[in-house]
Design a protein around this ligand. Structure first.
Ligand SMILES: [Zn+2]
Length: 199
């Protein structure tokens, strides 16, 4: 049976939301809802917390920001489709960018503990926003080019299409299946996992 426009639209949304949810390795996924084009992910930080978080722990905050930006950019980067307005990705990215640029503007000299080895050497300024995005995309690239990862993401999108919407429990039941193992690798985000804070 040929796919209807509705099926195609649903599949496009499913591919997009599957990419957000799967890329959120390490962050809890609370819900995926295809009808509303929405994936609810518990990030370890909110944009307005970036400034104080960076002052407290610059290395960790940059790693978290790169991971968060990766989750937001993942669908567009993987599917090469533009960010859909209803998912709100562009607006979300803008919020993170504005808050991060505030950190960069107020700390051009960097943080005392922010040298390459985390202390006792010259501080580094905060990573410029374009570098944050580049690192995020590189990490997503490493993750999605792992053997079997793209195929696993297609299965995941198909499974989400069947479900329509899942809550945290529904997501956990789906995500634990062995066919998604290739997506579980942290890829370029190895460092992030070792902060040991968010599982
Ligand atoms: Zn999105």
């Amino acid at each position: 049976m040929p796919l209807t426009d509705y099926d195609l639209e649903t599949l496009t949304v499913a591919r997009h939301e599957a990419a957000h949810a799967a890329a959120a390795v390490g962050f809890p996924v609370h819900a995926v809802d295809l009808a509303h084009g929405h994936t609810d992910i518990a990030f370890p930080l909110r944009p307005w917390q970036l400034y104080s978080a960076w002052e407290r722990a610059p290395h960790q905050t940059e790693r978290q920001l790169v991971a968060i930006v990766g989750v937001i950019l993942a669908p567009a980067h993987i599917t090469r489709e533009p960010m859909p307005a209803r998912c709100g990705d562009a607006a979300m990215l803008q919020e993170w960018r504005e808050e991060w640029q505030r950190v960069c503007a107020f700390h051009p000299q960097g943080h005392a503990s922010h040298g390459p080895t985390g202390g006792h050497d010259l501080p580094l300024p905060p990573l410029p926003w374009h570098s944050v995005c580049q690192r995020a995309q590189a990490a997503i690239n490493t993750w999605i080019t792992a053997p079997g990862a793209r195929a696993a993401l297609r299965y995941l999108a198909a499974a989400l299409t069947q479900e329509g919407a899942v809550d945290a429990v529904g997501w956990a039941l789906l995500w634990e299946k062995p066919q998604y193992d290739p997506l579980r690798s942290q890829g370029g985000r190895e460092n992030f996992r070792h902060t040991g804070q968010y599982h």
